[in-house]
Design a protein around this ligand. Sequence first.
Ligand code: KG4
Ligand code: ZN
Length: 339
Amino acid sequence: MENQLILAIETSCDETAAAVIKNGNEIISNVVASQIESHKRFGGVVPEIASRHHVEQITIVIEEALLQAKITPSDLTAVAVTEGPGLVGALLIGINAAKAFAFANSLPLIGVHHIAGHIYANELMQPMVFPLLALVVSGGHTELVIMKEHGSFEVIGETRDDAAGEAYDKVARVLGLPYPGGPHIDRLAHEATTAVDFPRIWLEEDSYDFSFSGLKSAVINYKHNVDQRGGEISAEEVAKGFQDSVVEVITGKAIRAAREYDVKQVVAAGGVSANKGLRTALTAAFDKEGIPFYVPPLALCTDNAAMIGAAASKMYDSGVRGNLAMNGTPGMVLTNWCE
Ligand code: KG4
Ligand code: ZN
């Protein structure tokens, strides 16, 4: 069989990324141009600035991905791109580049859901085994997803307010740490020996949903109280207290879901799965439980195009094809592509 080579493009937020993926699981090239430095001084991603950077970077990044892969467009099987969710202006840059590339080279076009991409980052490391539980923890999403086969997604729980990454970034801001705050809180948490005691937000006993805004408020209130008394908080102890709460709740719910749905494999995905505390806790908990647990290497946890190519490969195999009418879909829902 001829090799399947997919050019994948991702521009949903603040990384301009392109990758070439062979047969769905082999990374031939994976180029990521981060804009973090440009957004840092604003304390978060500014959509208009993100779009402008994508426009400047997209052709360079695509060319670089093809160059590093040592291939020409005629070697490709298809072009894949993140269709949503994400910032609409940012999505449109990648989508228009993908459309133009597909049209110019007579290639099929595949639109990929960003979260499906995050989950499929795992397929680049080891084959997914079903039924599978995916724990998606990113800047925009916190979800528990059950997959019975490739392309089948059942969201059994999601955040009712802030996503885990959002909570990390907001708490980091309160502590005066730079954007994105997740890695900084993670680092500080590991420097503390004791933790400030913050609540665990479990919601209803049988719920797989999450809520992080109450925890975030608890951190803010704690800081205000100490400030008012003229005291000084320990950023390390606050970071550890916050992280301990997030990690305990996420791990607890993931374990309960894995048991109830009797899954054969658990995978973590998304930017927050780069968190050392979370990775350690999940690994230990599933080890004890006897359920195989995987989390991609850090570079495949945060936004990249390789993960989009991995998902697109399976979609291509299932006969999914997009067309040139594709549009950026900021609120795109994770739907099944299998029968
Ligand atoms: O998946 P991602 O790159 O973008 C979205 O699709 O949202 O996730 C970005 C999020 C940011 O909120 C960032 O603070 C968080 O991932 N993050 C972390 C860590 N590294 C990145 N959060 C906690 N600990 C980390 N080590
Ligand atoms: Zn993402």
